[in-house]
Design a protein around this ligand. Structure first.
Ligand SMILES: [Zn+2]
Length: 498
């Protein structure tokens, strides 16, 4: 009888915005150790998709650590030291059990004060532990920044194919299937990479309907018809200002380097001429408020500049101020991170009237605090689950405040706000309001776009503004479109194999 093969599974992820003034800390990470990772079994997450594949292949998963943090500011040097030590200690303990393959689950857009390529460091250290010949597969968010150092460590990769993201488990399943093949077949993986000096945003990125989706479907076609073992189009997180921030096309084949390079170049050459189309269109706050007041049906105000799921602070009060300043009188619903205001509401109790300031507790320079008199409508523990992944969210003590016609959910902690989970969890249905504020560039279609009359993309400052040239990148390679209008593209495919 042959010995049962063992697969080491490690999960470490965060997405940072370099333009968020508050550094992340070790405490931002929710950590599951060893068997605690089984809490993700059956969920729409990478681990949930990968586990059944390893089991079906008769392989034993060796669980190490899953460390995941909500998007936030750059990780502090101290936080990175503690986190990276813990991750590598867990990996080393797993490797000691004798392993035959590694599946590393990552986002790809981490950044630390003293390490601008944390994922590259983690993969390089893991490679040192496992030696040169054990196959290692990484899965990544399409917003990740896949670096040269990462590519040199891995034998294979899979990338999300959807935005808004819904294929978490599917990406894990693809990664696990790829790893099983690398462990059991005589495959000679070669990954071709073409870097495109462009950052993109906007509606064309919605993969179901936008141009970006057309390119991804071509990558999927290569995977399905057997041309490629894996393929993907990554666009980076434009707010993670690190040296290798870029868009890039990846095509992985079994030994066919020329094919991998040619296909990657072909897709990249289709991407580049469309870079202008893949940018956001904006409306000033003043104009959006004025138009919203005259529109009958409900409207959505997209505050992409304060997108907590991309690493923003969540304490922007600019839209609330704009609604008051513009004399908007219909029912509006919004969310904001403000720990002192949430605490004041909890202290005062339901039904009380409190005088507090809203917003600007984390980024007061961009969002000077807004004084309000509010009635405490409802209090909660801020616990919920994301609509898509069904994994937990902990916003800390939370309060629903009513300020005249404005209903505002106030959180203690910054959390992802790309769905309606925290509205529902606090007794609110967005459909009961005339205007809803969403702190995310996009949501799944059915969440808002399917039933609002108009979705206004508001051009206001924030750590994740879609108005990319206004952010002030200092680290990423230049020239880079649209930061530099004169950026040019020379399609060069670099092949990696090990
Ligand atoms: Zn993403």
């Amino acid at each position: 009888m042959t010995k049962q093969k063992k697969v080491l599974i490690i999960d470490c992820r965060q997405e940072v915005s370099s333009f968020n003034p508050l550094p992340s800390q070790y405490e931002n990470f929710h950590i599951e150790r060893g068997d605690e990772m089984m809490a993700q079994e059956g969920l729409n997450v990478e681990f949930g998709g990968a586990l059944p594949v390893f089991r079906a292949a008769g392989m034993e998963p060796v669980l190490t650590i899953a460390a995941r943090a909500s998007s936030a500011g750059v990780l502090s040097a101290e936080g990175w030291k503690r986190l990276s030590t813990e991750v590598m200690d867990a990996a080393a303990a797993g490797v000691k059990r004798g392993i035959d393959g590694v599946y590393f689950i990552m986002h790809g857009a981490m950044g630390a004060e003293n390490e601008l390529d944390p994922e590259g460091w983690l993969l390089a250290e893991t490679r040192k532990l496992i030696g040169p010949s054990v196959p290692m597969v990484v899965s990544l968010d399409l917003h990740g920044i896949l670096t040269d150092r990462m590519l040199k460590q891995v034998n294979g990769l899979t990338i999300y194919h959807t935005y808004p993201h819904v294929d978490f488990a599917d990406t894990g399943e693809r990664a696990a299937k790829l790893l099983v093949r690398l462990m059991t077949e005589n495959i000679k993986p070669v990954i071709a990479r073409v870097v495109i000096p462009a950052l993109v945003r906007g509606h064309e990125l919605i993969t179901k309907t936008g141009f970006y989706g057309d390119l991804i479907r071509e990558a999927q076609r290569l995977e399905r018809d057997g041309t490629a073992l894996a393929a993907g189009v990554m666009i980076g997180n434009p707010f993670t200002d690190v040296p290798e921030l870029c868009s890039q096309v990846l095509v992985m084949t079994d030994g066919a380097e020329a094919t991998a390079k040619a296909e990657a170049i072909r897709i990249a050459e289709e991407f580049w001429p469309q870079r202008r189309r893949m940018q956001s269109t904006f409306l000033t706050l003043e104009r959006a408020v004025a138009q919203a007041a005259t529109i009958n049906g409900p409207v959505l105000f997209t505050d992409a500049a304060d997108a907590t799921s991309s690493g923003a602070t969540g304490d922007s009060n600019l839209i609330l101020k704009g609604l008051v300043r513009g004399g908007y009188r219909k029912r509006a619903l919004a969310q904001i991170v403000d720990a002192p205001a949430a605490a004041a509401a909890h202290k005062a109790g339901v039904g009380a009237t409190i005088k507090v300031t809203l917003g600007g507790t984390i980024d007061p320079k961009r969002f000077p605090p807004m004084p309000v008199t509010a009635r405490v409508k409802l209090l909660s523990d801020g616990e919920s689950r994301f609509e898509t992944m069904q994994i937990g969210i902990s916003a800390g003590p939370t309060a629903v405040l009513e300020i005249d016609n404005l209903t505002v959910v106030v959180f203690t902690r910054t959390i992802g706000l790309f769905d309606r989970a925290m509205y529902y969890a606090n007794g609110l249905n967005p459909k009961d309001f005339d205007l809803i504020v969403m702190k995310s560039p996009h949501a799944e279609h059915h969440m808002y776009d399917a039933w609002v009359e108009k979705n206004f993309n508001i051009d206001i400052p924030g750590a994740t503004s879609n108005n990319l040239p206004t952010l002030g990148h200092t680290i990423c390679a230049r020239p880079m479109f649209p930061l530099d209008e004169d950026a040019t593209f020379k399609p060069i495919a670099v092949a990696y194999s090990r």
